[in-house]
Design a protein around this ligand. Structure first.
Ligand SMILES: C[S@@+](CC[C@H](N)C(=O)[O-])C[C@H]1O[C@@H](n2cnc3c(N)ncnc32)[C@H](O)[C@@H]1O
Length: 228
């Protein structure tokens, strides 16, 4: 029986792909992923059968790859940017590959890279994703409550809520425009940037969709070593 590997490829650059991820990719005959997921490992994909996902077809493409793997007995790798256990549609994927033996190969998440750049303790932070499952309004309120109770918040912006939309929402519910924030864009990829700024400033600009917003809790003292 073919095996499914769900492989995290890190945030973007090839030197952040783990040896374990490279090994799983090199052994598989079938590769599934969105174009962005393929980016850090392009050099490893020659000769593989590729199933490219997009917003219109990602479930049907995953099911087609599952059929191909069942028919051919070849192992299949689903690539995911960052870590596959963070906002990567893992639940749906496991349904689409029902019956397969599954191994998840962790990757370095974009959130870990952003935390490293900001030099913040992840234990003092919460991650909120506006990409996948869940009610958007509930997530907005959760984010607000976390900030009010002293947790810094990493926001994975998405179609549901952009970086600037998140900042505008927080200003709308009463956060001060001078609240400290940072925007990390295209980490590990061409055009990478990290901007340490304020919520008021973030709300005034349009940001690249591949960005993470960090909002520092006004309740929490920020260490003098933390960039903010
Ligand atoms: C579908 S989620 C995938 C998250 C991914 N599994 C991870 O662990 O980083 C996509 C969101 O993650 C963030 N993201 C992923 N890769 C990024 C990168 N290289 N630079 C900045 N943000 C990134 C952005 O907020 C983006 O909208």
């Amino acid at each position: 029986m073919a095996k499914l590997f769900v492989v995290g490829v890190g945030p973007g650059s090839e030197d952040l792909v783990t040896p374990r991820a490279k090994k799983a990719i090199s052994r598989a005959g079938i590769i599934v992923g969105w174009n962005l997921d393929l980016e850090p490992v392009r050099s490893l994909l020659d000769g593989k059968k590729l199933f490219i996902q997009s917003v219109e077809n990602y479930r049907s493409v995953a099911r087609a790859a599952a059929e191909e793997a069942r028919g051919s007995g070849r192992d299949v790798v689903v690539l995911r940017i960052g870590d596959p256990c963070l906002s990567s549609g893992l639940k749906g994927l496991l349904e689409d590959f029902e019956g397969f033996e599954v191994e998840v190969v962790p990757g370095i998440s974009s959130v870990q890279l952003a935390a490293a750049l900001a030099k913040v303790e992840l234990g003092e932070c919460v991650v909120v994703s506006f990409h996948d499952y869940g009610d958007t309004q509930e997530k907005k309120e959760f984010m607000t409550n976390c900030l009010k109770s002293g947790k810094h918040v990493f926001v994975l912006s998405g179609a549901e809520l952009t970086v600037e939309g998140t900042a505008a929402y927080l200003l709308g519910v009463g956060f001060d425009p001078t609240t400290r924030a940072a925007v990390f864009t295209r980490l590990g990829l061409e055009g990478e940037s990290a901007e340490f700024t304020t919520l008021g400033e973030v709300a005034t600009k349009v940001h690249n969709w591949l960005s993470i917003l960090l909002v520092y809790s006004p309740k929490k003292a920020v260490s003098r070593f933390t960039r903010a």
